[in-house]
Design a protein around this ligand. Sequence first.
Ligand SMILES: NC(=O)c1ccc[n+]([C@@H]2O[C@H](COP(=O)([O-])OP(=O)(O)OC[C@H]3O[C@@H](n4cnc5c(N)ncnc54)[C@H](OP(=O)(O)O)[C@@H]3O)[C@@H](O)[C@H]2O)c1
Length: 324
Amino acid sequence: MRAVVFSEYVPPEKAEVKIVDDPLPGPNDVVIDVKAAGVGFVDGLIVQGLYQVKPPLPFTPGGEIAGVVADVGPEVKTLKPGDRVMTLAPSGGFAEKAKVRAVGCVPLPEQLAFEAAAGFTVAYCTGLYGLKDQGNLKKGESLLVLGAAGGVGLAAIDIAKTLGARVIAAASTDEKRALCVAQGADETIDYTKDGWRQEIKSMTDGHGVDLVYDPVGGDQSELALRSLGHGGRHLVIGFASGTIPRIPLNLPLLKRCRIVGVDWGGWMREDPARNIPILTQLMDWVAEGELKPPAGQAYSLDQAGFAMRDLLDRKVVGKAIVTP
Ligand SMILES: NC(=O)c1ccc[n+]([C@@H]2O[C@H](COP(=O)([O-])OP(=O)(O)OC[C@H]3O[C@@H](n4cnc5c(N)ncnc54)[C@H](OP(=O)(O)O)[C@@H]3O)[C@@H](O)[C@H]2O)c1
């Protein structure tokens, strides 16, 4: 089969596609014909050895996998060839086939296409855990989403609308802002222009927003925190800007607001079972048509390195996926 292989930690555009042996399932594994694999911001860091997790070399990146079960190990009773599934794996998704643990595979409802499923698990689980469990978002509250046209941002818009919130989406280009509106955002702002805080103030009758969802960091974080109303919550999701901001601690005091760290991955790895209600709720909403996960921007296997590069360079509109 063909697979993207990194034999050393190098910039993502140096990715090589090689012919390697087809994987065989162990007793509790399945082999998936990969139809789509999500590209996360972290993939572009992992392949360079710049992330806290360093996979042993050589390796095939790609942890969010959607496809069809092709083969099952002898102990696997819950899945059979032909089943449509999605799963999270440590790596291996940017390939024609991937060997994964059967226990982590989630059957896909018919409403979820492979191209949407590949970007679903991380973004949507982070969104529901962040907005509801950590942010206590309630119907009628207002939410400002930074980096709103990215994979994590679009999921936050979709979930917040399902929870009945009013969503203000911040993104850098007209094309990205249009995508946010298509996903359900009520209003948008261009947060690359000075004075956007004033816009938020006007949009909220001077009160400020109830919640900020912040996967961007950098200079925008403090401005977003200053846009909160009293009792607001600022959810720290990530630092796509590459800069971890330092926040003056008088701000949460004066605003009587909370800064809340949202590390869905760490929380889930501590005890994977506690993510089951989150994923079940999300799957129910998908089946009921409440959520509309967007199909990602597709790259071929040969373009997988450029997908990671484009993500790092802020060029992707929506979620990036690799479709082998
Ligand atoms: N806490 C968690 O559990 C969790 C889970 C998943 C992901 N994350 C983190 O969340 C962040 C976003 O992930 P994602 O998959 O949504 O990434 P993404 O699809 O690349 O979106 C990130 C967005 O950030 C904005 N951005 C602002 N400055 C940027 C810069 N200098 N370079 C690149 N993008 C920039 C871009 O929007 P504009 O161009 O519109 O500004 C972009 O759309 C990452 O840091 C990731 O590690 C955290």
